[in-house]
Write a protein of this length. Structure first.
Length: 170
């Protein structure tokens, strides 16, 4: 316990599922957690659970499928807590759409949130992460669908996750 005491963490896609579990665990480990998701009610629920357990958390709703949304999230987190030590990009979408029915809107939404947000969030967070006592950490949640598995109707999702894996390796 308290392995993250005093650290500030931003967790995207923190309103549900894996992101929620990460945010709750970070809170139990002593981190000040910025809980981010599209829905304010989902963020509020996670913040309530963290604070009820004695932790510190702040909710920021953000559309990470837009460059401005990703940048604003990091700026607001920095203003609220004055620092950033950990960035977890967990937010993502995986619309099942056969390739022959794939639209520009679905492709753009998938690539923007799953892949481009990696760049946007990391670029915005880097100055604060560099000031972190241990140099900061960036965690990107990818998928074996991007590198090892083929799933019908998810070519766009697989491409976004393969790109994310390439980003992380670089």
């Amino acid at each position: 316990m308290n392995r993250l005491n005093g650290k500030v963490a931003v967790v995207t896609g923190a309103g549900k599922g894996i992101g929620r579990a990460i945010a709750l665990r970070f809170g139990r480990e002593g981190a000040k957690v910025v809980v981010s998701d599209l829905r304010a009610s989902d963020c509020a629920s996670v913040v309530e659970d963290i604070t009820r357990a004695g932790g510190t958390a702040y909710a920021i709703t953000a559309d990470l499928g837009r460059h401005e949304g990703a940048t604003l999230l990091i700026e607001q987190a920095g203003k609220y807590f004055g620092a950033l030590d950990i960035l977890v990009h967990n937010a993502g979408i995986y619309p099942h759409v056969p390739l022959e029915q794939l639209t520009d809107d679905v492709l753009d939404a998938t690539l923007n949130l799953n892949l481009k947000a990696c760049f946007w969030l990391t670029l915005a967070a880097t100055p604060m992460l560099k000031r972190s006592a241990d140099g900061g950490r960036v965690v990107m949640m990818s998928s074996s669908t991007g590198t090892d598995n083929a799933v019908p109707g998810l070519a766009h999702y697989a491409a976004s996750k393969a790109g994310m894996t390439g980003f992380v390796k670089s």
